[in-house]
Ligand binder design. Sequence first.
Ligand code: ADP
Length: 394
Amino acid sequence: MEKVILVINAGSSSLKFSVFELQDTGEMRVRAVGQVEGLGTAPRLKAKDGKGQSIADECWPNSQVANHAQALQEIATLLRSRFAGQVLAGVGHRVVHGGPDYSAPLLVTPEAMDALAAFVPLAPLHQPHNLAAIRAVQAVQPELPQVACFDTAFHRTQDMVGQLYGLPYEYYERGIRRYGFHGLSYEYIAATLPTIAPEIASGRVVVAHLGSGASMCALLNGRSVGSSMGFTALDGLMMGTRPGNMDPGIVLYLLQQDGLSAKEIEDLLYKRSGLLGLSGIGNDMRVLLASDAPRASLAIDHFIYRIKRELGALAAVLGGLDALVFTAGIGENSARIRQLVCEQAQWLGIDLDLAANEQGSARISSAGSRVSAWVVPTNEELMIARHTCKLLAL
Ligand code: ADP
């Protein structure tokens, strides 16, 4: 019987899932992709098969599917009917925080769950939901092996100097250090470069993961040596609703002068800033690019400006640059944003091939460009499935 792997990415109000089938060749084929969204408000399950055909579209009253456990029950019912003849061999989870020590995926055990729960204060908006999904699977099928794959793990190759903050040393020991995120995406890109761009795979590469969350990573010979995100996923680039790097004095000012509570500041920094806050229109780059409102252009200009600054900083960490790689929703789909970034990076040696960029080719820099530019679609789910297979020796 064929084996399948379930991959779960649990957020605060959604539970995304993918089903991968193990092929005899060792490759993995995607058989289903879907999500329960609107948890807590208007729950809805949508799923497609591997060819993109809808296999589920269902809504419930909030009282019926109110949490991750109930959402998982609905997903389990769907998967049992679709994959009746196949064996579910394991579940891989995206877990945002692996703390200072986990530099690789982990087989979930009761002890591991205790260790991962200790990182909840480091990622209060994500970690509890990731762990809730693991517990929900345990409740349905306690014997099923589960694997936790961390967004922070790939960055544990960074040296200590780069992970420090200039706080008293004991803060570092307490875990207040730069962790970096989007690690599964960067790991996938690093694993893919030797095939699609072998000439740069072992060089000095900056990857720009530009989605609704956005960050950049410096890769040296496929290993992370620097990242724009730090202790939390608030640092670095400006994002859809997060401001990115800012003077911590602003937080003090808001606390002391405006009397904002910690919760209100959290809401401001995670949900009301970034492209949304600057434009006053929204956080969807497509909407901003189509708008002629002055603040939509201002938000885009600032988005590009921040990428330019971070690119310079990461090129300095690398001691030079061989290639820039774009990925994630904006990076993969917006030729305009790629063009604006590359124009700002001409001084580094990037010469964009406008036609290749418009066509969405893999290589988008001209043949003579000293530093090459690329578009590489990311696939965090496949990375999790690969880790799960490897750890479970499937
Ligand atoms: P995440 O996984 O962080 O939610 P994605 O990587 O899916 O985000 O990226 C989502 C973002 O990508 C959307 O907010 C949207 O602004 C942007 N996006 C998607 N397609 C396009 C496009 N064609 N042009 C510009 N932006 C796009």
